[in-house]
Design a protein around this ligand. Sequence first.
Ligand code: SF4
Length: 350
Amino acid sequence: MRLCREEGRTMHNHNMLEVNNLSKNFAGTGRETEFAAVDGISFTLDAGECLGLIGESGCGKSVSCMAMARLLPEPPARIAAGKVMLQKRDGAVVDVLKLSGRELRKIRGGEIAYIFQEPSVSLNPVFRVGEQIAEAVSLHRPDVADPWAEAVELLRRVGIPEPRDRVSRYPHELSGGMQQRVMIAMAIASRPSVLVADEPTTALDVTIQAQILDLLLELRRQMGMSIILVTHNLGIVSETADHVAVMYAGRIAEYAPVRELIDSPAHPYTKALLSAVPVLGKEKGRLSTIPGSVPSPANFPAGCRFSGRCALYAEASAAEQERCRNIVPEFRKVGASHYCACHLLRRGED
Ligand code: SF4
C-alpha cells in the first residue's frame, strides 16, 4: 500500500483499488461558481488491506468515499478530475468514474460496499431484516437459489445468535449492535472487493464497538476484501488499520503506516490531532485543542487549507506565511511509505 501519485500508471496485480487525483466539485450559490470539496485525493489499497481515513468532522472523509463510487447526486456534485481504478473479482480493471447505468449499479453496493454510521437510519423499518439482506443477495448474486437461506447464513456469519429466528425480525426489534451486524451482513452479501466502513461504531457502546471492529477484521481475513475505515477516532485506527491517510479540508495532509504515523507524525495537523487525544494515566491538565474549525469549502484558502489554524504557520516568517497561504503544498516523501504535504516540513521536524 502506498500513496498513488503517478498518473496513468498501470495497475499492479495486488492493488484492489487505485484512487488517483480524485477531485469532486460542488456547485456554489450566489456569485460562487464551484468549490472543490474533494481535491486531488490519491491512494492505493492492496488486497486485504485496511486503510484508516481520519480527520475532524467536515474534513471530507465521507464525501471522498462517496465520490469514489459516484454516490453523490450529480448535479450539484461534479467529478472534476481523477481516476478510481478497481480490480473486480473476475480480475478485470475498470475506472469507476467512467461507468454509468447498470455497470455502475453493479459496482455500488456490489464490488464496493458501504456501511454507514447509524444502522437504525440505514435499515428500512417496514421490512424484516431477512427481506433486506435477501434483496441484496438477489441483486448482486442472482445465481444464489435461495436468498432467504443465504440471509440466515449471513446473519450466522456476522455473529447474530439464533439467526433463523432473527432473520424474521424487524429492525426495531434488534439492539444497535445487532442492527450494525445486519448492515454488515447486507454489505458482505455481494462479496465485495472493497468495504467502506464510514464511522461504523460511532453510534455504539464501547464494548459493542470492539466487537464490531473485530468482526470486520475477521471478515476481511476470511473474504480477502480490503477495507477503508472512516473515523475521527485515532484509537480505532491504531488498533485496526495498516495505513492511515489524514484528511484536512478535502485533501490528504499525511499518509503513513499506522505505527509510523502515531510514533513520528510529520504534518502539523496530524501532530495537533494526536496531542488532542486524552491518554489514560497521564497527569491531569488541560487537554490541548486545535483552535478554530475546518473552513467551509466555499472559503478554502488558495494555498494550504490548514494555514488558518497551524501552529507552525503562526511561528513562520512573513515570506513563509505567504507561501503557505498562496501555494498548495506538494507531497514529500519522509519515510519508506510516508508522505506529508507541508511547505515547512523540515522546519517542523527540527
Ligand atoms: Fe502549516 Fe504551512 Fe505546513 Fe500548511 S504548509 S501545514 S500552513 S506550515
